[in-house]
Write a protein that binds this ligand. Structure first.
Ligand code: ZN
Length: 163
């Protein structure tokens, strides 16, 4: 929360000092003048203290801005990593994120685990085997084995049966 009370305090003290200085100009009585002078000096000290407090607030705000700028840069860089991938249907509603060809930069096109991706982690899926028309992949991060493509039951050829 930004606190501008120090600046407001400095301005108020300077206005008071100005009012006191105006009042001092008409005074002929040395004692009354001395009293106003002390009051005037008090307001100048008050304004000075408020100016120092404002300077401290300014330094704290600059530090906070710098910290937030770094945070935004880190978030943008992180978002850029995820933007390199697109969700793809590998058949029969089996989904994974796939590295976009336009973003490959020499990397082989690969699949990333959709579950981990949703949790803001990019975990490359590793091919395990093929079975019943499906490709099976493992995610080493969430330990899920995932199958892609339409399940196709292997038809046993009974024409060669010995029965
Ligand atoms: Zn995973």
């Amino acid at each position: 929360m930004v606190d501008v009370s120090a600046i407001a305090g400095a301005i108020a003290a300077l206005r008071s000092a100005n009012d006191i200085a105006q009042a001092m100009m008409g005074l002929r009585d040395a004692a009354a003048f001395q009293s106003k002078l002390i009051e005037f000096q008090g307001k100048i000290i008050e304004a000075n203290n408020s100016a120092f407090a404002a300077q401290d607030e300014r330094s704290a705000l600059l530090q906070k801005i710098s910290h937030l700028e770094n945070e935004v840069a880190a978030l943008k860089a992180n978002q850029r990593k995820f933007d390199r991938y697109a969700l793809k249907d590998f058949g029969a509603g089996s989904y994974a994120y796939e590295l976009k060809a336009s973003e490959a930069n020499g990397e082989p096109i690969h699949r990333a685990c959709a579950t981990c991706f949703q949790q803001e982690n990019i975990s490359i899926l590793h091919f395990s085997h093929q079975s019943e028309g499906q490709d099976w992949f493992d995610c080493f991060r969430c330990k899920n084995r995932q199958h892609f493509g339409r399940y196709a039951r292997r038809v046993v050829d009974s024409s060669h049966s010995d029965f």
